[in-house]
Ligand binder design. Structure first.
Ligand code: TRP
Length: 498
């Protein structure tokens, strides 16, 4: 046993801690349910029937904070924007440190948004579009930079058949689809790992990789000794995008300042394991922990047991589908929570909790009142299955048609603009400007605090000139301690030392 113990590298956590961490890593399994970046299924019951994904259990197991009406209200107060329907209706099911990002926004402190996609095929479906739809809204609400990572390297490692050439081609095609979601080129940087790895980004990848052990990756992702080593290394790459210092062209070259800029990551909930890894180590590397918004999946046409799959064409509606294809797929394949006959439907009503057309409406229909009316009509049996399908078809067709209109305008030059390395603006200013202004402001506040403390001391000295003691306020103590080196008043320095 002793022979197997490899001495710890300097800067690595001790061996024991690694083992403990691995054994503590929550397993993402709820009664046969599997949710990790590589597999998502709600499991099956005793009869072999697919079960819905238990998102609440995932939130509990992952230790995230469920979204609450309070934080949504705060989002609205702080940004002046009504939360997106995906937020209002619980598709953004949980978060980590969203409150801290709202604090920063209130104080004018910079942060950026980070999201991504593994380009595994050139056909993106409407499920893939949902986190981007949320991100687009957040970029607008926060008026901040956004970095979109295309992990062609990850997909290459994880897919036996995928060639590097194919992965790179998917990157280009997917980037165009993503751009067509409506991002602002002034505030968005999109990159491919194959193309961008190097420089400051690669330095961060290596710094992170040096802090991660095989044990930790096994514990978090369920890999074993037959897993290729590329998969073990990749989590460092996905994490490095969460460090602002990876992007000197966006935030400037001053690492000490830039590492104080955190990011907020909107992502599907299966990506959380990557970012738990990242959050565990960020502060050790003198960076901020990334904040997260977790989204649930748009269900497959077959029902709430799984998510849409690009490789099962009858499970998904693609962003390239024609209106007729959308209509046929929903009519033919969408799982219905309605009753078998019109009579029964009138008597018992439809079950919106499992009805795919209704579920899709919650993702695509903006008007809350109309959605409530449809729910009521359907559940009470006034609305038939065919009718709710028809309404659903209309809204999904509209979403896809609007997307396709924007997509037509995304040519190679538009794409190149999003991939260009340029500074991105936060509230209309570069990160350097914001950071300098904040530094100035902090200096001013310090000076004011000190002036106030000095004045208080002078006043208390005047009131009791014989044997005065400084008032033990935080400001006075802080002011003296900080002013120690600079002050010319030996009297005040002497006092704090008494
Ligand atoms: N691993 C993700 C995928 O396979 C891609 C990704 C990278 C991502 N960084 C991200 C997704 C950040 C969401 C947020 O799709």
């Amino acid at each position: 046993m002793a022979a197997a113990v490899v001495p710890d590298e300097p800067g690595q956590p001790p061996k024991l801690a690694q083992d403990v961490l691995a054994s503590k890593a929550p397993k993402m399994v709820a009664a046969g349910q599997v949710v990790n970046p590589f597999e998502v299924s709600g499991g099956v019951d005793e009869a072999g029937k697919a079960l819905a994904i238990d998102f609440d259990k995932i939130v509990r197991d992952f230790g995230a904070t469920p979204m609450s009406p309070e934080i949504l209200q705060r989002f609205e107060r702080v940004t002046g924007k009504r939360p997106h329907r995906l937020m209002r209706r619980g598709m953004v099911s949980s978060h980590r440190d969203l409150d801290k990002m709202l604090d920063r926004y209130e104080k004018g402190e910079p942060f950026y948004l980070y999201t991504g996609r593994g380009p595994s095929s050139d056909s993106m479906h409407v499920g893939h579009a949902m986190p981007f739809e949320l991100t687009r809204f957040l970029q607008d609400a926060f008026n901040c930079p956004l970095v979109i990572m295309l992990t062609d390297d990850e997909k290459f490692m994880h897919n036996e058949k995928l060639t590097i050439e194919d992965a790179k081609r998917f990157t280009v095609e997917n980037a165009k689809d993503i751009i067509a979601m409506g991002f602002d080129p002034q505030k968005t940087f999109i990159f491919s790992d194959f193309e961008f790895v190097g420089g400051a980004f690669y330095e961060n990848i290596c710094m992170i990789a040096k802090h991660i052990t095989i044990n930790q990756i096994k514990g978090t992702f369920g890999f074993d000794d037959s897993t290729n080593i590329g998969k073990f290394h990749f989590p460092a790459t996905q994490s490095a995008t969460a460090y602002a210092t990876s992007f000197p062209h966006i935030f400037g070259p001053d690492k000490t300042k830039v590492r104080t800029i955190p990011c907020l990551i909107p992502c599907a909930i299966d990506q959380d394991p990557y970012f738990r890894q990242c959050r565990d180590r960020a502060e050790k590397m003198k960076h901020k922990k990334p904040a997260l918004l977790h989204m649930i999946f748009l269900p497959a046409l077959q029902g709430p047991g799984s998510k849409m799959s690009a490789s099962v064409s009858t499970s998904a509606i693609f962003l390239s589908d024609k209106p007729n294809e959308i209509k046929n797929k929903i009519n033919r394949y969408a799982f219905s929570g309605g009753q078998d006959t019109a009579e029964k439907q009138k008597e018992l009503g439809g079950r919106t909790a499992v009805d795919v057309p209704y579920q899709y409406l919650t993702f695509f229909l903006e008007d809350d009142d109309e959605l409530a009316r449809i729910k009521d009509d359907y559940e009470s049996g006034r609305m038939m299955t065919g009718e709710i399908k028809k309404i659903c078809i209309q809204y999904v067709q509209d979403f896809v048609a609007e997307f396709q209109e924007r997509r037509k305008k995304v040519d190679e030059s538009v794409r190149a603009d999003f991939f260009a390395r340029k500074p991105l603006l936060f509230q209309g200013k570069t990160a350097e400007e914001v950071l300098n202004e904040l530094e100035e402001k902090q200096k001013q506040e310090k000076a004011e605090k000190k002036a106030k403390a000095d004045a208080e001391k002078a006043a208390s000295k005047a009131a009791a000139p014989a044997k005065d003691t400084p008032r033990p306020t935080d400001a006075a103590v802080d002011g003296d301690a900080k002013g120690h080196k600079k002050t010319t008043s030996t009297v005040s320095v002497g006092r704090t030392k008494q």
